[in-house]
Design a protein around this ligand. Structure first.
Ligand code: PEP
Ligand code: MN
Length: 263
């Protein structure tokens, strides 16, 4: 169902006033984790001012170590709703388990399935049965075919509003956190009608590489990016080393202007 052979025209996924897919390059931005009211609202205001169409922020965090910050939970979801109401910017946040679905649907506009859950079939079915758009991230070591089949689960459960996300894969390379697979973006754009976004933050793990890889994503034909930003990355509770500072985010948007404003 997600194949171009079934539907030739591009799917455009809409939530709030954001549209992902189609002519304009969409920038979704915000912190890795929601940390406090002041942290979230200040970064939300900054990314909105420079042209982000949606705010990202994790309230339930899948952390490699159980001793690291695990997210604010439902309090974080409420802060995202507050940002949405105060600034009029729609939100994207990760759902980690089926039991979180009710609160996610109450507070959040677009449900993110994280890389570690790309093949959590119960969760794919649950978001497929919801009426919220889904941002589906590629698994850490998933093939493109496996990503498409995961999207098929969501589609088959009744939800056609799916955004695919290339966020880097595990390779032998250790200089960067992951290896951003831009082949996958070009390939997916030919194979499927679903919009494809790139996550250069997790794709590289290095703040200084986020802007160049964002330009590359736009050049290769991605429909947008989802990027981490923090006003004080040194103090961030997760992924601070890959978060764009305010001035870097402004520079990113400046460099992407021809794509963001394309008619
Ligand atoms: C995130 O978006 O903060 C995240 C945990 O991403 P991924 O699932 O791609 O690792
Ligand atoms: Mn992160």
């Amino acid at each position: 169902m997600v194949s171009r052979e079934v539907q030739a025209h591009d799917t455009v996924v809409r939530f709030g006033n954001a549209a992902v897919g189609g002519d304009k390059f969409a920038v979704i931005a915000g912190p890795c984790s929601v940390e406090s009211e002041e942290q979230l609202l200040s970064v939300a205001e900054m990314v909105k001012k420079h042209g982000a169409v949606a705010l990202r922020g994790g309230a339930y965090k899948p952390r490699t170590s159980p001793y690291d910050f695990q997210g604010m939970g439902v309090e974080g979801l409420k802060l995202l709703k507050q940002a949405n109401e105060q600034l009029g910017i729609p939100t994207v946040s990760e759902v980690m388990e089926v039991s979180q679905m009710d609160s996610m649907c109450e507070y959040i506009d677009c449900l993110q399935i994280g890389a570690r859950n790309m093949q959590n079939y119960a969760l794919l079915k649950a978001v497929g049965e919801s009426n919220k758009p889904v941002l589906l991230k590629r698994g850490l070591s998933a093939t493109i075919e496996e990503l498409l089949l995961a999207a098929e689960y969501i589609y088959d459960a009744g939800n056609p509003n799916i955004i695919l996300c290339e966020r880097g894969i595990r390779t032998y390379e250790t200089a960067t956190r992951n290896t951003l697979d831009l082949n996958a973006v070009a390939y997916l754009k030919q194979r499927t009608h679903l919009p494809v976004v790139v996550d250069p933050s997790h794709g590289t793990g290095v703040r200084e590489l986020v802007i160049p890889l964002s330009r590359a994503a736009a050049a290769v034909g991605a429909d947008g990016i989802i990027v981490e930003s923090h006003l004080n990355p040194c103090e961030a509770l997760s992924d601070g080393h890959q978060a764009l500072t305010g001035p870097m985010f402004e520079q990113l948007m400046q460099e992407l202007k021809p794509f963001v404003e394309a008619a």
